[in-house]
Structure formats: structure tokens, C-alpha cells
Design a protein around this ligand. Structure first.
Ligand SMILES: *[C@@H]1O[C@H](CO)[C@@H](O)[C@H](O)[C@H]1NC(C)=O
Ligand SMILES: *[C@@H]1O[C@H](CO)[C@@H](O)[C@H](O)[C@H]1NC(C)=O
Ligand SMILES: *[C@@H]1O[C@H](CO)[C@@H](O)[C@H](O)[C@H]1NC(C)=O
Ligand SMILES: *[C@@H]1O[C@H](CO)[C@@H](O)[C@H](O)[C@H]1NC(C)=O
Ligand SMILES: [Zn+2]
Length: 436
């Protein structure tokens, strides 16, 4: 009785091994490995990454352009021509840069090795977001190989500097002549992994404000006893208490909002406290750094006035500096009145792909694109995948990665086939400002 059981399980095991080996040697997987192995940590020299994309564009005979608006920060543009270049195009954006990764932080395999173990590829950028860049490329390559003619031009754009805020990437690119020439109708950008069967689809991003509050007070010997209202620490304690009170109010909104909607609350974290020169000296100044992600309906002017009031009430001689102050960006319309939404969601429905429209807690380059007046969606097809963006042992199941390619084939074909007459000249009609 045990004999057949053994045979069956051995066969299954052998089959799994064969399948895993076949998946690992899929050309798309090899491409992703090669790309992950290029260390594109933000501010690194991106020449090898540009060369990688040049090679892929050349292999398909595609027009390849490098736009360098800031020296050392190349933006790659690859054109997949449609049949009518006078109609607005589909921009498939991804960023080349990744956040730093060090083996000693606890990586199972070197973070730029792209090592595959048990069908899972380990490496910085496997989720954020080199997988998506390769999926775009492979999807377009297969559509072309299958003789599918797209109506609209499709551009792959590959950005530097996303992880550091896009000042040398997407932000100047949107102002450039090269961008204007693309005649973009809609942009796709990154989404996220989640360990649920549905795939998040971002239609709006929150914006970041980072502030430094510095409290000045009397500097004196540690044995003296000035009132709290005169010391830097006393004043900063008031600031902290006021911000944490606000934080509690927003936290209550957060607990009600659920994971699919980070729009209703403003997150606040006190991430740095600096001050003090010696154990027996009352410090002349103390500074606090807060990282704030504005709720999508927060009016910027009102919120700034509120912060000013809290600081004024906390004491005299407190200064406020903005380290980062992005503007609110609109939401992309997610109803069938937006032909791009209609094309995206109907393509997903056709292949039984569960998508979950949401506002994420963080932000992507798409916020700049929407603010510039273009509808944009954030989407990374990584269902049932633990969230490991920016984490140690960032990794992606290669089966999930490979399944993303036909998903993009469907979505890209649908978006690039929207008839010219279905899209309004004024793309702002597909955006809503929720903060006014
Ligand atoms: C990757 O680049 C970063 C930033 O330049 C560097 O600190 C790191 O050592 C590099 N990692 C490897 C494995 O070369
Ligand atoms: C404010 O702090 C600065 C720097 O410590 C100090 O020079 C100034 O006299 C202070 N002003 C008041 C009104 O306390
Ligand atoms: C391309 O689309 C434009 C706008 O709809 C149309 O006027 C033009 O005739 C089309 N060109 C071709 C070659 O189909
Ligand atoms: C485009 O549409 C927006 C919102 O629908 C409107 O505010 C704006 O005035 C329009 N622009 C033009 C040039 O028609
Ligand atoms: Zn990213």
C-alpha cells in the first residue's frame, strides 16, 4: 500500500522541481535577474541601467531616447509606436532607482544577487519596482510578436530619483519639452504588494510635509531652575503634546478607515529629536522633525495656519522650517466617465482579475503626474505577496512575476485601443481635486 504513495509523491516532487527550473530559466525571469543585479541605489551612476535598457530597445528595434535634465540623472524613454501617433499616448512609467540595501542588515542572500530559492527571487527592487519595468517590456514584446497592432503610442519611461522625491526625475521631466512631445493621455505607475488576492489600484496619492520645529530658550547651568516657558525643552514639550493630540484624533480616523483608504486621515510621526550639549547644561535649542502625510481632503492653507497657531501657542521663539512641502494632487476619476478607467477595469474584469481601487498611505511619482493634469493609476500586479518594499529580504515569487506579464498584455492592449473620439481633449475632466 505504501509503494504507490511513494511513487506519486516522488513524481509530484520531480514535477515541481522541473516546473521551478523551467520558471527560473524563463527569459523574462533572466531579464529581471540581470536588472536587479545592477546596483541602482539612488544617486548611483545609472549608466549600466541605461545600457541595459538600450540593449532591450535595440533588440526590438525601438526608438530609444535619454533625457538628462540634471547631470547624472538620466530619464529613459522607449517608444512602442501605435498605428496613429496623432492620438494621445499611454505612458508606462517606472523608476530605476532603489533604496539602499546592505547584506549585514539580515539579508538571506546578497541584495543585488537576485538569487532564486524555491521559486522566489530575492533582491532589492524585486517589488519596488524593477519587476514592473520588465513586465511592461515583456508584455509589449509579446503583443508585438503576436502581431497585435495598438492604436495609441505606448511609451516606457524609466525615472531616476523617485525614492528621493523626484526633484531630479519626474518633476522636471513633466516640465520638459521631451515630455510634452509624448502627448500623454494616461500614465501607469507603481502600486504595491499586499498579502490578499486583490491587487491595489492607486487613483490618488497622499502628499508629504516634513517640518523641523526648533525651540530656543535660556541656556544655563544644569543646577539653575528656569520655568518651562523659558526653556527649549519646555517649549518643545508643548509642541510635542499638541502634535500628539492631533495625532490621536487622526489615529481614530485611521482605525475606522480600513486598509483600502488612507485618504481620510493625516498621519503624523515625530521621527527625530535633536538637542543638548552636556548632561549638566540646559540646552539653548531643541529641534523636532515631524513627517506628515496629509489626508486627501485637507486644505493646505488651513492646515498650515493650524500648525502656525499650535507653534505660536507653544511659546515664544520657536521656528518652523519646511524640509518638504508637496502640494495636494488630484484623484483620477474611477467611474466609466473616464475612458481610461473603463478600459483598465474592463480589461481586468475580462481576465477575472480582482482589483481594489485605493488611496495608499505613502506616495509615488504619479502624484506629480496627476498634479500636472494627467490621469494616472498606480498598479503593480503582486497579489498574495507580503509587503516588502524597502524591506530586508525584499523578494518576489517568480510565478507571481510571470503571471503579471499577460495581465499587462490585456491592460495595455485595452488602454492603447481606446478610440480617439472617446477621450476628451481636456484631460482635467478625468481628475478631481478633493482638497478644495
Ligand atoms: C550599492 O550601491 C551603494 C550606494 O553606492 C553602495 O553603498 C553599496 O555598497 C553597493 N552594493 C554593492 C553590493 O555593490
Ligand atoms: C530667541 O532665540 C535666539 C537664539 O537663541 C536669541 O538670540 C533671542 O534673543 C531669542 N529671542 C527672544 C525674544 O527670546
Ligand atoms: C489619426 O487619428 C486622428 C484623430 O482621430 C484622425 O484625424 C486621423 O485621420 C487618424 N489618422 C489615421 C492615419 O488613421
Ligand atoms: C478643463 O477642465 C477643467 C475641469 O473639468 C476646467 O476647470 C478647465 O477650465 C478646463 N480647461 C479648458 C482649457 O477647457
Ligand atoms: Zn517605488
Amino acid at each position: 500500500m505504501w509503494f504507490p504513495v511513494i511513487i506519486v509523491s516522488t513524481c509530484i516532487l520531480a514535477l515541481q522541481e522541473v516546473t521551478a527550473a523551467a520558471l527560473a530559466s524563463d527569459p523574462a525571469v533572466l531579464l529581471l535577474q540581470e536588472y536587479v543585479q545592477i546596483n541602482t541605489t539612488s544617486n548611483n551612476n545609472l549608466t549600466p541601467a541605461v545600457a541595459f535598457w538600450k540593449k532591450l530597445a535595440d533588440a526590438e528595434g525601438l526608438p530609444f531616447n535619454v533625457v538628462e535634465l540634471n547631470q547624472g540623472y538620466p530619464i529613459v524613454v522607449i517608444k512602442w509606436a501605435g498605428s496613429n501617433s496623432s492620438i494621445s499616448s499611454i505612458m508606462l512609467n517606472s523608476h530605476m532607482d532603489v533604496v539602499p540595501a546592505k547584506q549585514e542588515d539580515g539579508w538571506k542572500f546578497p541584495p543585488f544577487s537576485a538569487h532564486i530559492e524555491n521559486g522566489v527571487m530575492y533582491g532589492r527592487g524585486t517589488q519596488d519596482m524593477k519587476s514592473v519595468s520588465i513586465q511592461y517590456y515583456e508584455a509589449l514584446r509579446r503583443l508585438k510578436a503576436n502581431g497585435v497592432t495598438l492604436l495609441r503610442d505606448v511609451y516606457m519611461t524609466l525615472m531616476p530619483d523617485e525614492e528621493l522625491g523626484a526633484e531630479k526625475g519626474m518633476i522636471p521631466f513633466l516640465q520638459s519639452e521631451e515630455f510634452a512631445k509624448l502627448n500623454v493621455g494616461v500614465e501607469l505607475d507603481e502600486g504595491t504588494s499586499y498579502d490578499i488576492p486583490s491587487i491595489p489600484l492607486f487613483y490618488q496619492d497622499k502628499v508629504v510635509w516634513q517640518i523641523e520645529v526648533t525651540c530656543h530658550g535660556v541656556a544655563a547651568h544644569g543646577s539653575t531652575f528656569p520655568p518651562n516657558s523659558a526653556t527649549a525643552t519646555g517649549k518643545c514639550a508643548n509642541v510635542i503634546n499638541r502634535f500628539l493630540k492631533f495625532r490621536d484624533e487622526e489615529y481614530a480616523k485611521y482605525t475606522k478607515a480600513g486598509i483600502t483608504d488612507a485618504g481620510p486621515y493625516t498621519s503624523v510621526n515625530l521621527n527625530r529629536i535633536n538637542g543638548g550639549v552636556a548632561n549638566n547644561v540646559i540646552p539653548a535649542s531643541v529641534s523636532l522633525t515631524f513627517d506628515i502625510r496629509l489626508g486627501t481632503s485637507v486644505n493646505e492653507e488651513e492646515f498650515e495656519a493650524r500648525i502656525n497657531k499650535w507653534i505660536a501657542k507653544a511659546g515664544d521663539n520657536i521656528t518652523l522650517t519646511y524640509i518638504n512641502k508637496n502640494h495636494q494632487s488630484p484623484a483620477t476619476v474611477i467611474s466609466d466617465s473616464n475612458p481610461f478607467w473603463k478600459a483598465f477595469s474592463s480589461a481586468a474584469a475580462k481576465i477575472n482579475l480582482p482589483i481594489m481601487p485605493m488611496v495608499p498611505p505613502g506616495s509615488t511619482d504619479a502624484r506629480h503626474v496627476r498634479r500636472a493634469g494627467y490621469p494616472a493609476f498606480g498598479f503593480s500586479p503582486m497579489p498574495n505577496t507580503p509587503f516588502l518594499l524597502h524591506s530586508v529580504n525584499e523578494r518576489l515569487d517568480i510565478e507571481v512575476f510571470l503571471k503579471g506579464i499577460p495581465i499587462y498584455q490585456s491592460i495595455i492592449e485595452s488602454l492603447a485601443s481606446i478610440p480617439a473620439a472617446d477621450v476628451a481633449d481636456n484631460l482635467s475632466s478625468y481628475l478631481i481635486y478633493t482638497a478644495d
